[in-house]
Design a binder for this molecule. Structure first.
Ligand SMILES: [Cu+2]
Length: 574
């Protein structure tokens, strides 16, 4: 599932790596009180359809004819049941409910080859899970209101969801073939950036302000590629729930003339802080508050641009429209300028400003086990890969959840993957020996143990190149204890924040840097931990964590109808 059609659900193609980690996502705002937990049923059909997300017609994956997919609104504690039918002619699908921890329902996490078998063409699968009060929010929204009796620690008069994505005109399949080829073919930069599935490729909304030769868009407003308009009233406070489901791009979001106060990240409240612009990586979500205190006779740009890679994609635009000013009135100044792509200090300053709101859960003061995960670009038989401690992840055909639970030892590598890398490894230079191996081993953690993960970045295969990687953990939140430069060492220990580290489910490693995470392995199941950049994941950039799998009860048969678990079920039935 590679870079991407940006669509909601991504297909499972067969092959070497992880592409199975389909990313659907969810947005769980939390508002409004109501009473009594409910079960909410949805019937979804996944189908290909023609759509023009950036004014160029393409084939997209839609749900019930919608792109992005439908919104689910539920209250914390509710049970959501989605009956998903795969109407794609040739591919399996799964839906990952990004940001939902799946406490007690690890089979509903929607990771093919890990938590379930892919849903084959024509088949239906029932996702049933409880929504906890947290959010993510990528394609399509699952809105979770606060539970009864709970209140949000801030006030707002209205809200908007902004789902950010990047868009390629080439099909996902063609991109995957390129990545798996020798010589390697990179997917390149996206053609467009989309806000709520809307972008403009062959024209610019802000052509009059730009010095490029792009023409001014002529849109009536009802086109599939017409920009999202945020209609606001003067002197009010609005909550923007921003989530990034990009396949590749790290983004920066800014609104002309308006500051943003960041109040929530990945569904957890933060110590509020004000910014002029917001860095957001694939898999992350934030809530920001804006106050509409500017000249109400004008409109303002909301702009997203690419960070961390030399941008070759025009900014994505949307308009903040002060009512009753006409939306057709152009903002009087150009869209905000995205900070320079390689201004990493800007990004680090932002990441280092994020602290948990007072009263948030604190991390345990010590760990039971610490693993260090070295991120390197590698070669395997001439193919370009990413590896973690020199193992490039290739998922087995039988999902781990079933194979571990039923002790099917031939299903995957039984040897635990390495917990560290050689002391003399120079993270500032390309690997001396770039050859790596493929693996499918699992890091098994004691149930309820405290785990530290040190993500260690390094130089890629080319000199002086080290990339950003946003790492996403399924099934848990982790505390981000800190970020640092170079190789993590004992002297970095005292820089870690145990006082108010934020809880997240996605955290970035900066070029040549490290990021320290802590979490409690308290959710029986098997959980992916991977780079959220889809081509990297496809090239093996992930690991598999598991805890307490024998405590998992009654995995639905429909999750086990493939590989060795299918045979196992057959035998036990007979
Ligand atoms: Cu990556």
């Amino acid at each position: 599932m590679v870079p991407t059609d940006g669509s909601v659900v991504r297909p499972i193609s067969r092959g070497l790596t992880l592409r199975a980690l389909v990313i659907w996502c969810i947005l769980l705002p939390f508002i409004r009180l109501s009473s009594g937990a409910k079960t909410r049923h949805f019937k979804w059909e996944v189908e290909y359809m023609y759509w023009s997300p950036d004014c160029i017609e393409n084939v997209v994956m839609g749900i019930n004819g919608q792109f992005p997919g439908p919104t689910i609104r539920a209250k914390a504690g509710d049970t959501v049941v989605v009956e998903l039918t795969n109407k794609l002619p040739t591919e399996g699908v799964v839906i990952h409910w990004h940001g939902i921890r799946q406490l007690g329902t690890p089979w509903a996490d929607g990771t093919a080859f890990i938590s379930q078998c892919a849903i084959n063409c024509g088949e239906t699968f029932h996702y049933r899970f409880k929504v906890d009060r947290r959010s993510a929010g990528l394609y399509g929204s699952l809105i979770v209101d606060v539970a009864e009796g709970e209140k949000e620690p801030f006030h707002y008069d209205g809200e908007f969801n902004l789902l950010l994505s990047d868009w390629w005109h080439k099909s996902v399949h063609e991109q995957e073939v390129g990545l798996s080829s020798n010589p390697f073919r990179w997917i390149g930069e996206p053609q467009s950036l989309l806000i709520n599935g809307r972008g403009q490729y062959n024209c610019s909304l802000a052509a009059q302000y730009s010095n490029t030769n792009s023409s001014q868009c002529k849109l009536r407003g009802n086109e599939q590629c017409a920009p999202q308009i945020l209609r606001v009233r003067p002197n009010k406070t609005y909550r923007l729930r921003v989530a990034s489901s990009t396949a590749l791009a790290s983004l920066n979001l800014a609104i002309g003339n308006h500051k943003m106060v960041v109040v929530e990240a990945d569904g957890n409240y933060l110590q509020p802080f004000a910014v002029n612009d917001l860095d957001i990586y694939s898999g992350e979500s934030y809530s920001v508050l804006i106050t509409t205190d500017q000249d109400p006779s004008k409109n303002y740009w909301l702009s997203i641009g690419v960070r961390g890679r030399l941008p070759a994609t025009p900014p994505g635009l949307s308009i903040l429209n002060y009512q009753p000013t006409s939306v057709s009135k152009f903002p009087t100044s150009p869209p905000p300028v995205t900070p320079r792509w390689d201004d990493y200090n800007h990004s680090k300053t932002f990441s280092n400003s994020i602290f948990a709101l007072m009263g948030s859960p604190k991390p345990p003061t010590s760990y039971d086990r610490r693993i260090t995960l070295l991120n390197t670009q590698n070669k395997i038989d001439g193919f370009t890969k990413w590896a973690i401690n020199n193992v490039s992840l290739a998922l087995p055909p039988t999902p781990y959840l079933g194979s571990i639970k039923y002790g099917l030892q031939n299903a995957f590598d039984q040897k635990s993957p390495p917990e560290n890398f050689p002391d003399n490894y120079d993270v500032m230079r390309p690997p001396i020996n770039p050859n790596s191996t493929i693996g499918s081993g699992v890091y098994m953690f004691g149930l309820n143990s405290t785990v530290d993960v040190i993500l260690q970045n390094a130089n890629s295969l080319s000199n002086n190149v080290s990339e950003i990687h946003p790492w996403h953990l399924h099934g848990h939140d982790f505390w981000v204890l800190g970020y640092g430069e170079g190789k993590f060492s004992a002297k970095d220990e005292k820089k870690l924040n145990f006082k108010n580290p934020p809880l997240r489910n996605t955290a970035v490693i900066f070029p040549y840097g490290w990021t320290a995470l802590r979490y409690v392995a308290d959710n029986p199941g098997v959980w992916a931990f991977h780079c959220h950049i889809e081509p990297h994941l496809h090239m093996g950039m992930g690991v598999v964590f598991a805890e307490g799998v024998h405590h998992v009860k009654s995995i639905p048969n429909e999750a086990l109808t493939c590989g060795l678990t299918a045979k196992f079920l057959d035998k036990n039935r007979g």
